[in-house]
Ligand binder design. Structure first.
Ligand code: 5SP
Length: 233
C-alpha cells in the first residue's frame, strides 16, 4: 500500500535542468510533489553541483517544497544548514553519516523530514532498527553522481525487501527511488513498492515537463493499484 495517501509522488531532479534558468525550470514542473535537489561535493561522488546558497535562492523562487539529496561527505555537519536554507526534506547517505540516528533526530528537530539513502551495493537490512527514525528511505537505482544513467533492474529485490520491512514494522515512512526512473521503468519500481519517484532526464528532457510529471504519476499509480489488488488490499 502507498504510504503517501494513495498518491505516487513525483520529484523532478533539477540536475537535468538548465542551471542558468533555475527559477523558470523549477516552476516548469507544476504539479510536482517536491523538487529534488542533488548536492554533490566531488568527494562522496565524482561530480560537483551546488550548495546552500542555491537552495536558499530556490526556496524563494518556487512554492514547490525542496527535497535535498546530499551526496557529500560529512553530512552530519552540513545537513542542518540545508534545513535552515529551506529544505523540507533532507537525505543523507548511510555510507557517509558518522551518527545517522543523531543526524535524523537533528533534521526532524529543525522541522524537516529526515531521509537516508543507500547506494546500490549497500543493503537495507543492517539499518532495520534505524528505520523508525526516518521519514523516508531512498534506494538508489543507479550509482550516485550523474543523471541520465540506465536504471539498475537488480535493485528491484532491494526495493521489495525494503517495502516488506516498512510494512512489517507498520512505519508511515516513504520509499523513494532515484536513478533511471522513466515511463519505461517507473511501473516496475511502483510494483516493487516504491511510492516516491525522482526523475531527472525523463522530466526535463521532455518537451512538456509538467505533462511528463502527470504521465509518470499516472503510470506509478496504475502499477501500485495492480500490486495492491494482487495482494488483496
Ligand atoms: O541523484 C541522482 C544522480 O546521482 C539523480 O537524482 C539523477 O539526477 C537522476 O537523473 P535521471 O537518472 O532521472 O536522469
Amino acid at each position: 500500500m502507498l504510504n503517501t495517501g494513495g498518491m505516487a509522488q513525483i520529484n523532478p531532479s533539477i540536475l537535468s535542468a538548465d542551471f542558468a534558468r533555475l527559477a523558470d525550470e523549477a516552476n516548469a514542473v507544476e504539479g510536482a510533489d517536491w523538487l529534488h535537489v542533488d548536492v554533490m561535493d566531488n568527494h562522496f561522488v565524482p561530480n560537483l553541483t551546488l550548495g546552500v546558497p542555491v537552495v536558499q535562492s530556490l526556496r524563494k523562487a518556487t512554492g514547490i517544497p525542496l527535497d535535498c539529496h546530499l551526496m557529500i561527505e560529512d553530512p552530519d555537519r552540513w545537513a542542518p544548514a540545508f534545513v535552515d536554507a529551506g529544505a523540507g526534506s533532507v537525505t543523507f547517505h548511510a555510507e557517509a553519516a558518522a551518527a545517522p540516528v543523531r543526524l535524523a533526530r537533528e533534521i526532524r528537530a529543525l522541522g524537516a523530514r529526515a531521509s537516508m539513502a543507500l547506494k546500490p551495493a549497500t543493503p537495507v537490512e543492517p539499518f532495520e532498527d534505524l528505520l523508525p527514525e526516518l521519514d523516508m528511505l531512498l534506494v538508489m537505482t543507479v550509482e550516485p553522481g550523474f543523471g541520465g544513467q540506465a536504471f539498475l533492474d537488480i535493485m528491484l529485490p532491494k526495493i521489495r525487501r525494503t517495502r516488506a520491512l516498512i510494512e512489517r514494522h507498520g512505519l508511515p515512512m516513504w520509499l523513494q527511488v532515484d536513478g533511471g526512473v522513466s515511463a519505461e521503468t517507473i511501473e516496475r519500481c511502483a510494483e516493487a513498492g516504491a511510492d516516491v519517484f525522482v526523475a531527472g532526464s525523463a522530466v526535463y528532457g521532455a518537451d512538456d515537463p509538467a505533462a511528463a510529471v502527470r504521465g509518470l504519476r499516472a503510470a506509478a499509480e496504475r502499477a501500485a493499484a495492480g500490486r495492491d489488488g494482487a495482494q488483496g488490499r
